[in-house]
Design a protein around this ligand. Structure first.
Ligand code: IMP
Length: 200
């Protein structure tokens, strides 16, 4: 049995919290959000997903003096050099992802590239108050649709079609998405690590 049955997940993003709770709840692991424990927002000054996830997880671990997790994730679009990548949240004007998706579709159209391939990436970091940490990566490949479809999920889901499917992530149930998503895959690695390190 794991000693630690409760983790603080240092995010205020409701979509992420819901996805993670759904995956960890059946394992008896409770997830508290940044809102639940009044975590202050931290500036994401890193240049990689891992750096940003570490910044967020470490700030929470130091503040609460217990191991904390955080993730950093984003959409990387090949036709525009892998952007918006780590800047995915900030890329959307006013953090409005409807506008963000329109902006992205315009930018891809202006790139004059026929390449619509893209991937979502996620790094989950488990940080300890002494600064040590473990990182778990997940990725899902796919392509950018020409228009938005579906209303489930969050962020850029309505324009992302995972490889092997003909519908967007916003047309997946949350269970279906969690099985193949970048965050789902990173979490599977995190859960495996927890089960192999029972003294955490
Ligand atoms: P951050 O990880 O909080 O910096 O935010 C990453 C941003 O990438 C989110 O605000 C979303 O816009 C986007 N993103 C990350 N994961 C997903 C996903 O599963 N679906 C749709 N958009 C996502």
């Amino acid at each position: 049995m794991l000693k630690s049955k409760e983790f603080i997940f240092a995010t205020h993003n409701k979509g992420k919290i819901e996805e993670i709770r759904k995956i960890l709840k059946p394992l008896g692991i409770k997830v508290l959000s940044g809102n639940d424990v009044n975590l202050p927002d931290v500036e994401e000054t890193g240049k990689t997903f891992e750096e940003n996830a570490y910044i967020k997880a470490l700030a929470a671990a130091k503040e609460k003096n217990i191991p904390c997790i955080a993730d950093d994730s984003g959409l990387c679009v090949d036709a525009i050099g892998g952007r918006p990548g780590v800047y995915s949240a900030r890329y959307a004007p006013d953090r409005d992802f409807d506008k963000g998706m329109d902006k992205l579709l315009d930018e891809i159209a202006q790139s004059n590239s026929n390449n619509r391939s893209a991937h979502f990436a996620c790094v989950i970091v488990l940080a300890f108050p002494n600064g040590t940490y473990r990182a778990f990566e997940g990725r899902v490949d796919g392509s950018i649709a020409t228009k938005k479809t579906g209303s489930a999920g969050f962020g850029y889901d309505p324009i992302f079609i995972p490889t092997g499917y003909n519908r967007s992530f916003a047309e997946f149930t949350s269970d279906e998405k969690n099985k193949i998503s970048h965050r789902g895959r990173a979490l599977q690695k995190f859960v495996k690590y927890l089960s192999e390190n029972e003294d955490l």
